[in-house]
Design a protein around this ligand. Structure first.
Ligand SMILES: Cc1ncc(COP(=O)(O)O)c(C=O)c1O
Length: 476
């Protein structure tokens, strides 16, 4: 069975290597010792092919949320784009500021900006590059950055390159905590109080590990009230809202109609748009930074990640255009709607399972975003599934052996003690697949209820864990 082969490979890759390398060259031994820290936690990453890609498992982990990649529809639109531009160049010619600029990329940027109701758009190589560019270039000396504690790693990396020395995080999605953070900036930064410097507030529309939504309107209110001179501005990372949330997938900011109140937005295309991206076809994950003409010029002049890299070439930009033309013409709406249906069907299925309420009362299972799902207009495609920390891997093994591709998220991606399984739903997931997922989760929970209740003769470990530990012993 492919899953067993994958698990066996994973088990082998977690074996400590350093101690057997006493006579090996120092350079390689110390690198392996560094990797051993990962192996010791069973968190060593290796190259593997997800079982869903081999057709032996159901995909509840990939980023192709609108299923544009798997449906093939985007490929057709992309090929149309190539046909309409038969003499396209495979290269861009250099950095955007040198020889890398061309009409087609400027035209696509204008379309993207118009679609999102922004003054300008700047296409860059990936969302990661975009955040490093934004935070490395935009904050001026004396500015402060106030950021949600769960912003993406690329925002953190960007901030380390920023000229803003004052950086304060606030509790995730907590409007009062934002108020406190702004207040502490105002206490220590007189130039922000007098309006000669700014506060940049960094949030995401849909959080990538928690699947919850930023209370942006309330946060805008707080910022306006506390900085009446208008020098508190927002940077909103819409990576997980692009294509999924808002009119035709234009994002949270467009959904709320606050385009004019947001200084900078980031839309990435490697997730729902399947056009280009780390997990998709063609080059690296492309992204668009939205903002005023001034913001665009500042990024082009000061962002090392834009200045010292080759501009995206025609085929890459044609991929993003294919995705945007599908959104603009409303062709992605049915996928957007279906994704909502799939997530709601999951919540309904799991809540109606006879083991769910007991497992959640006992603390064996929890899904923070399940609360009030039926009343919400929008449910994100990211659903964190939590159990007791020590059971996390047991649940993963159970799902994997039930032919469900879903992965654990551990430290350092999430804080210690916050490990969870991140379920990712897709427009092309069927009701039956979702029901299979809900029932697999609950059948594991039923085993765990028995174990925790310690009935006479009850096992100490669920079946799947037994199976995987036997595999580990065989591979020892
Ligand atoms: C919130 C957020 N911002 C930015 C990125 C980086 O985007 P990309 O994959 O295009 O580099 C990610 C990727 O996971 C993300 O989740």
């Amino acid at each position: 069975m492919a899953v067993i082969a994958l698990l066996s490979d994973w088990i082998k890759s977690q074996k400590i290597k350093g101690p057997q390398m006493k006579d090996a060259p120092t350079f390689y031994r110390s690198l392996e010792e560094a990797l051993d820290l990962r192996r010791a936690d069973h968190s060593m990453f290796t190259n593997h092919k997800s079982a869903w890609k081999l057709g032996t498992s159901i995909d509840f982990c990939s980023n192709d949320m609108l299923s544009l990649g798997t449906s093939g529809e985007i490929r057709r639109t992309f090929l149309d784009e190539l046909t309409a531009n038969p003499n396209f160049a495979m290269y861009s010619g250099g950095s955007r500021l040198m020889d890398g600029n061309y009409d087609y990329i400027e035209g696509v940027e204008a379309e993207i900006a118009a679609f999102h109701g922004a003054e300008t758009a700047l296409i860059v190589g990936s969302g990661y590059e975009a955040n490093t560019a934004i935070y490395g270039a935009v904050p001026r000396p004396g500015d402060a950055i106030v950021y949600d504690e769960l912003v993406h790693a690329s925002t953190h990396d960007g901030m380390t390159h920023s000229l803003a020395q004052c950086r304060i995080q606030f509790r995730h999605n907590d409007v009062d905590a934002l108020r406190d953070a702004i207040s502490s900036v105002l206490d220590s930064q007189p130039m922000i109080v007098d309006g000669s410097r700014s506060i940049l507030i960094s949030v995401e529309s849909v959080y990538s590990m928690d699947g919850d939504i930023c209370p942006l309107l309330e946060m805008l209110e707080v910022a306006k009230e506390m900085c009446p001179l208008g020098n508190a501005v927002f940077i909103v990372d819409e990576a997980h809202a692009t294509g999924i949330l808002g009119p035709k997938g234009a994002g949270l900011v467009s959904q709320l109609g606050v385009e004019k109140d947001i200084a900078i937005r980031l839309h990435t295309c490697g997730k729902a748009l399947a056009s280009t991206g780390g997990n998709s076809n063609l080059s690296s994950g492309i992204a668009a930074i939205l903002g005023s003409a001034t913001v665009r010029s500042v990024i082009m002049n000061f962002a090392r990640y834009v200045i010292y890299t080759t501009a995206p070439s025609f085929p890459t930009v044609a991929g993003i255009r294919a995705a945007y033309s599908m959104m603009i013409t409303g062709n992605t709406q049915k996928y957007q709607d279906n994704l909502q249906h799939v997530v709601r069907h999951f919540f309904k299925s799991i809540e109606s399972n006879k083991h769910w309420s007991k497992a959640s009362e006992m603390g064996i299972l929890s899904i923070p975003v399940i609360e009030d799902w039926a009343e919400r207009d929008f449910n994100a495609h990211i659903v964190p599934l939590k159990t007791r920390q020590r059971y996390n891997w047991w649940l993963v093994f159970h799902l994997q052996l039930a032919s469900i591709s879903a992965f654990p998220i551990d430290y350092p991606t999430v804080p210690r003690g916050q490990s969870r399984i991140r379920l990712m739903f897709h427009a092309a997931n069927t009701e039956e697949q979702v029901e299979t997922l809900a029932s697999a989760i609950c059948s594991w929970a039923a085993e765990m209820i028995e174990i925790e209740e310690g009935a006479e003769g009850a096992k100490k470990m669920p079946k799947a864990a037994h199976q995987v530990y036997a595999l580990m012993a065989a591979n020892a």
